[in-house]
Design a protein around this ligand. Structure first.
Ligand code: UD1
Ligand code: CA
Length: 500
């Protein structure tokens, strides 16, 4: 798909320049435009990903508005890229000139791309570069035929079909405005030709800015060969200027991701409510139920069932596992394990094959061994649980003493009784039991039954004396009369305790 090397083995493009200094005023957001996200990446991240397969020697990103945030983001996602500051936003042409000035030695072809083109695909960029190289042009612009060209630069061609100029809508004649071939904001050009023509730009237009688009007409005037190449899929070139466009681009990108998954054998029950980041992976015969979100580096193995109403962030789900109505982050769910409904798996949760985490369980930094179960209403944090163990309902792994976190170890085939408090650091040995309601503060040897709760005391006759006339007292009296009539145990009066 991508053949970006010349015969000499050099990348076909020496540098990639991303124009990302603009304010993005129409987003009406404190976040710089190129940092808004869709499909698990920023706008800037998508553009860089589309250009990455070119293997260019240098990547220059022009920053300006919100520059410290953009620079920080760039360090995180593309540490090799060079941020270059455009102090004043004097237009896209000025931005391109500032970028080229930062790499004065650079020669050969340069890709210039707007920072707000998140649907651009590597194959589209690659086709543009190939066409540019094949035609031996000085500048080639990516174009698209669109039904709704409003607001975009128009591609002006002469009678022979040769590209003559790019005219911004606000500077266009009524006749030019009828042109439906638009400028995508992606260009490949010769570095020397760009340097020469960018230096000649004026700001003699409606916005008073230096337009990168004007280099095309300057090259035409020099008699240099230029071209315009339509994108195979016009969706690729859609920009993103306000929140409504961002939502529309996000939807379209998601549709693309889901289409690819479905073509590869994934069942997506409701594509409208299923959101999968471009960075997530899903194996064949996995089923995504309605309301599923697979975010970040999430990976779903084949045959797993996820959802409904489940959010997985950077989470691995093994073959034939199931995750129902749950929220998981940085968790590893083993093959055939089951999670949910209503489970919350936090970072460091690792479920081995066949393990179960059930309803209203929160887990963090815990290994749950093969076929072990944490079925209901439990908090389990900072723990190792062996294989075949069962953690009773409402158990709490008491991991925090207010200062430090401590570890709990539960052995193989342990039975933790309901409502046990396991006060860490503590170890429950293999095959041990704890009695329901116990507060376990010391280690339990293998095979022992730990009972750590107050003995029960029944205060006989308390209800009749202290709640006389209440429905409870009447029920108790009726029960006693029945017991006396049948000659049975007079349990209420036989208790040892009396009220103080
Ligand atoms: C631009 C093109 C238009 C094209 C459209 C495609 C120009 C003059 N027009 O219009 O022909 O149809 O993209 O989406 O380029 N920027 C800077 N510094 C500046 C000004 C802009 O870095 O001083 C960056 C912006 O961050 C943006 C890009 O340049 O990524 C284009 O600027 P923008 O204002 O978005 O231009 P459009 O009006 O969208
Ligand atoms: Ca734009």
């Amino acid at each position: 798909m991508i053949a970006q090397e010349t015969s000499a083995g050099e990348p076909a493009v020496a540098a990639v320049i991303v124009l990302a200094a603009g304010q993005g005023t129409r987003m009406r957001s404190a976040t710089p435009k190129v940092l808004h996200t869709l499909g698990g990446r920023s706008l800037l991240g998508h553009v860089l990903a589309a250009a990455a397969p070119l293997g260019a020697g240098a990547t220059v990103v022009v920053v300006g508005s919100g520059r410290s945030a953009v620079e920080e983001h760039l360090r995180a996602i593309a540490p090799a890229a060079l941020p270059v500051v455009q102090e004043e936003q004097r237009g896209s042409g000025h931005a391109a000139a500032v970028a080229l000035a930062a790499v004065p030695e650079l020669e050969g072809s340069v890709l210039i791309v707007n920072g707000d083109a998140p649907l651009l695909r590597a194959a589209t960029v690659s086709a543009l570069v190939d066409a540019h190289v094949a035609a031996g042009s000085m500048l080639t612009v990516l174009t698209a035929e669109v039904d709704e060209p409003t607001g975009l630069g128009r591609i002006v061609r002469d009678d022979s079909g040769a590209v003559r100029a790019i005219v911004e809508e606000r500077d266009a004649t009524p006749e030019q405005r009828r042109i439906r071939e638009i400028n995508a904001g992606v260009y490949v050009g010769d570095a020397a030709a760009l340097r020469r023509t960018l230096a000649q730009l004026d700001a003699d237009n409606d916005q008073g800015e230096q337009y990168v688009t004007d280099v095309l007409a300057l090259l035409v005037a020099e008699g240099a060969p230029v071209g315009g190449v339509p994108a195979a899929d016009p969706d690729d070139v859609l920009g993103c200027n306000d929140q409504r466009e961002l939502a529309a681009r996000r939807r379209l990108l998601n549709d693309r991701v889901l289409d690819d998954l479905m073509r590869a054998g994934v069942t997506v029950v409701d594509p409208r409510t299923t959101w999968v980041d471009v960075t997530a992976e899903v194996g064949p015969d996995a089923v995504l139920q309605p309301g599923t979100q697979l975010l970040g580096a999430t990976a779903i193995a084949s045959g797993a069932v996820v959802g409904p109403d489940t959010t997985l962030l950077d989470t691995e789900v093994g073959e034939r596992a199931s995750v129902v109505r749950s929220h998981c982050q940085l968790a590893v769910i083993g093959p055939e394990a089951t999670v949910g409904p209503f489970s919350y798996l936090r970072p460091g949760t690792r479920l081995s094959r066949g393990a179960k985490v059930g309803a209203f369980v929160e887990a963090k930094n815990v290994e749950v061994g093969e076929n072990s179960k944490v079925p209901h209403l439990t908090y389990v944090g900072d723990a190792t649980i062996g294989r075949g163990a069962n953690i009773g309902a409402a158990t709490v792994f008491v991991n925090y003493d207010g200062v430090a976190k401590h570890h709990t170890t539960v052995g193989d085939h342990v039975r933790i009784g309901s409502d046990t408090m396991l006060v860490a650091p503590v170890t429950v040995g293999d095959g041990a039991y704890t009695a329901a309601g116990s507060v376990i503060t010391s280690d339990v040897p293998p095979g022992a039954m730990a009972v750590a709760r107050a003995p029960q005391r029944n205060v006989a006759g308390w209800v009749r004396r202290r709640r006389a006339g209440s429905p409870a007292a009447e029920a108790a009296e009726a029960a006693q009369r029945r017991a006396e009539a049948s000659g049975g145990d007079r349990s209420e009066v036989s208790g040892a305790d009396t009220e103080q």
